[in-house]
Write a protein that binds this ligand. Structure first.
Ligand SMILES: [Zn+2]
Length: 223
């Protein structure tokens, strides 16, 4: 009697164990994606807030610099300008990049240097804010990459070759977070950032009046 009771008890315990394992497996299957999704949404919101702050700082810089945007160039990047101006005390906001991609060493926030501030291009220089034709649709800073081969850190790369393979945009949900030249920040589908095939990319040497039909900048003709 005792033996039968012991066997019955052990079998029941095994069954319970199997049920518990099954329940854990089911809960994991349900909860892990939900937790991952919640973490991704939190990172996306933090990223957007970071970019909004970058945009505010850049516009504050411009207000203090005769209405001109910071320029990346031989003396450093756009945020070196902010540092020199005293608007930031370190690069923790601007160079740690998107919180979703911190483990990726090249992750950073990129500046639209080819339209807004390029000290190595006399045509671009430090762009006057008032010359940006449509600030609410012109990227100022966005989720981006460092390029290992350049001494210019954290720029938005818009040449098609920069957006392939391991340089694919480090963003969110097939898109990137952007702070626009008017200071508002939003997510945008990557398709809307780069809708053109590579052969139609504009001539980047033309400076002010680039016929750019997408979200980098339409620039008013210099007076
Ligand atoms: Zn991001």
């Amino acid at each position: 009697m005792r033996i039968r009771s012991s066997t019955k008890s052990a079998a029941f315990t095994l069954l319970e164990l199997l049920v518990v394992i099954a329940v854990i497996a089911i809960l994991s299957a349900i909860l892990i994606p939900a937790i991952k999704g919640a973490r991704e949404r939190a990172n996306e919101a933090t990223c957007l807030a970071n970019l909004r702050q970058c945009g505010t700082l850049i516009l504050m810089y411009a207000a203090d610099a005769n209405g001109r945007m910071p320029a990346s160039g031989p003396d450093g990047s756009w945020d070196d300008e902010l540092l020199r101006n005293g608007l930031i005390s370190d690069f923790s906001l601007t160079r740690q990049g998107c919180p979703e991609h911190r483990e990726t060493l090249s992750a950073t926030y990129g500046y639209n240097y080819m339209q807004l501030g390029n000290a190595q291009s006399p045509q671009i220089g430090s762009r006057p804010v008032l010359q940006i034709e449509n600030p609410s649709e012109t990227i100022m800073v966005a989720d981006g990459h460092n390029l290992p081969s350049t001494t210019w850190p954290h720029l938005v790369y818009w040449e098609d070759s920069f957006w392939t393979g391991d340089r694919a945009p480090l963003g969110h949900r097939e898109g990137i977070n952007v702070v626009w030249a008017d200071g508002h920040a939003s997510w945008i589908s990557i398709d809307k950032v780069y809708p053109m095939p590579p052969q139609k990319l504009p001539d980047l040497t033309q400076g002010y009046n680039l016929p750019v039909p997408y979200h980098f900048a339409r620039i008013k003709t210099a007076p």
